[in-house]
Design a protein around this ligand. Structure first.
Ligand code: FAD
Length: 451
């Protein structure tokens, strides 16, 4: 029998511990399908709440699942039946240091809140997951989140300059600018560790001057392969647009049903591109030329700010739009070298054409990133089996093309069984040894990354 009263007495407020979980079902899951009831939820307000929870869990032989806002797409924040879900969403301290072009944040700061605060000083934080209005900085660091602008500006890892993390024995590890010492680069091990090494309680990030915005283009193609080839040609031509997103016919259809937008009808595939401002005119011309050479059917350049907003809403809405079209959505986020992007998008289009399932794709094309959704219309057993088979075919093809099974959403729970498809045995052994150094009893986010 676990005596939760002992934990309640150590937390900063009486409402921080929830053991009657009626009405707390959102904390049983992330943005994927699975939902597991934990033993308790702790709404941490400060680092000492995190330490108290982890020490209590260790003593009570419970596990700890860190949670931002649960927008993850790999089951990373789904607890197990022995978990305390440790929510960091109330840890929202945020300080901007304009003279040092950096910010120090609590893990619960929403990415957009950081962007808005930085913008007041004409600064920005470039990594911008499509979920930036909802997800937390802690979740971004734990997943090494990417985003729309990441081909040009880099991913979360490229902007983290310091971390504080509470490990499984309740001690604190500090790195980078938040550390007093030099030495091993532990920070790079923590970034992307998906809550399996400890709980991140403070994050220092680098800010950069806000870039001005280039032109927004919506380009339609009949054949997805033509859109894929255009992406490769643009990158091979040394052009790095700020954003280059791919949307296939089926995903565009979902988006159009969610919110009708001119130019989405009847396209085999779409590229949504924002050129970089310094070379706006030159880049718009070069990109348009490559699109035409690859047989684009429509090329629309947004004419005013409202038009630009409408076009980017198409992309930001996509995940929700696709999810609404089905009973269940399985979302995979593979990535391949850009030179193979054309082969990959054609492969998905062929899968969709030959399958009774609805399968669509969109993603950050400049990075070779492709979010492939398998839509289950009934969610029955036969359909689930078909999806499983489709996912495994997709994974085989991705690895054959020299890609990776997760471009940005992490391994989490759902891809843990496939880790050995991508990494050889000595590499997995080395990863497990690192895990063991921080968490020898496997209390932190058990069952994630390693099944
Ligand atoms: C509509 C939509 C669009 C998306 N677009 C993108 C995109 O463009 N790019 C992208 O990379 N991702 C994207 N995602 C996925 C998701 O938003 C990111 O992975 C995000 O970083 C998760 O943040 P979160 O706060 O929701 O974390 P959660 O889902 O709560 O947790 C994610 C993982 O991080 C761990 N974790 C959370 N906080 C901490 C902490 N403080 N310390 C230690 N571990 C912690 C959890 O245990 C879990 O393993 C999208 C998701 C949705 C729903």
């Amino acid at each position: 029998m676990v005596d939760f009263e002992k934990l309640a007495a150590k937390l900063s407020g009486p409402s921080a511990l929830i053991t009657d979980l009626e009405g707390w079902e959102d904390y049983f899951k992330d943005a994927t399908e699975e939902s597991v009831r934990p033993r308790a939820v702790v709404m941490a307000k400060c680092e000492s709440d995190v330490i108290a929870t982890i020490r209590f869990a260790k003593e009570a032989r419970l596990t700890v699942t860190g949670r931002g806002t649960g927008t993850g797409l790999s089951g990373g924040a789904v607890p197990d039946g022995d978990s305390i879900v440790l929510s960091l969403e109330r840890m929202k301290e945020l300080s901007i240091y304009p003279e040092r072009t950096m910010a120090v944040c609590g893990p619960g700061v929403i990415t957009k809140e950081l962007l808005d605060a930085a913008a007041e000083h004409e600064l920005t934080y470039p990594p911008d997951p499509a979920s930036y209005e909802e997800c937390t900085l802690g979740g971004n660091v734990a997943e090494n989140a990417g985003g729309l602008r990441c081909k040009r500006f880099g991913v979360t890892r490229d902007y983290v300059v310091g971390l504080r993390m509470v490990t499984s024995d309740g001690s604190i590890v500090t790195t980078g600018l938040l550390s007093e010492r030099q030495g091993f680069n532990i920070q790079d091990v923590i970034i992307g560790s998906e809550g399996t090494l400890g709980i991140i309680t403070q994050i220092a990030v680098r800010l950069v001057p806000s870039p001005s915005v280039g032109s927004t283009l919506l380009v339609a193609f009949d054949d997805p392969a033509d859109a894929g080839r255009t992406v490769a040609d643009i990158i091979a031509g040394g052009i790095v647009p700020t954003v280059m997103e791919y949307i296939d016919r089926d995903a565009a259809e979902c988006s159009n049903r969610y919110e009708a937008t001119e130019g989405l009808e009847d396209a085999g595939a779409i590229l949504l591109i924002e050129t970089s401002d310094e070379k706006d005119e030159e880049q718009t011309e070069a990109v348009s030329d490559l699109c035409r050479r690859n047989h684009c059917t429509t090329l629309r350049i947004a004419c005013d700010t409202d038009d630009v907003k409408t076009l980017w809403r198409v992309r930001r809405n996509l995940s929700k739009a696709v999810k609404e079209m089905a009973k269940i959505r399985y979302n995979e986020d593979v990535a391949v070298p850009v030179s193979q992007f054309m082969t990959m998008v054609s492969f998905v289009a062929d899968m969709n054409a030959s399958s009774p399932l609805r399968i669509n794709a969109f993603g950050h094309a400049g990075d070779g990133n492709l979010h492939v959704s398998f839509l289950a219309m009934t969610g029955d057993e036969a359909e689930r089996k078909m999806i499983q088979k489709g996912v495994e075919e997709l994974f085989h093809k991705t690895l054959e093309l020299g890609g990776t099974l997760s471009g940005e959403h992490g391994i989490g729970k759902h891809k843990a069984a496939y880790l050995s498809w991508e990494f050889d045995e000595p590499t997995i052994r080395a990863m497990k040894k690192v895990k063991n150094v921080f968490d020898s009893e496997s209390l932190m986010n058990r069952g994630k990354i390693f099944s």
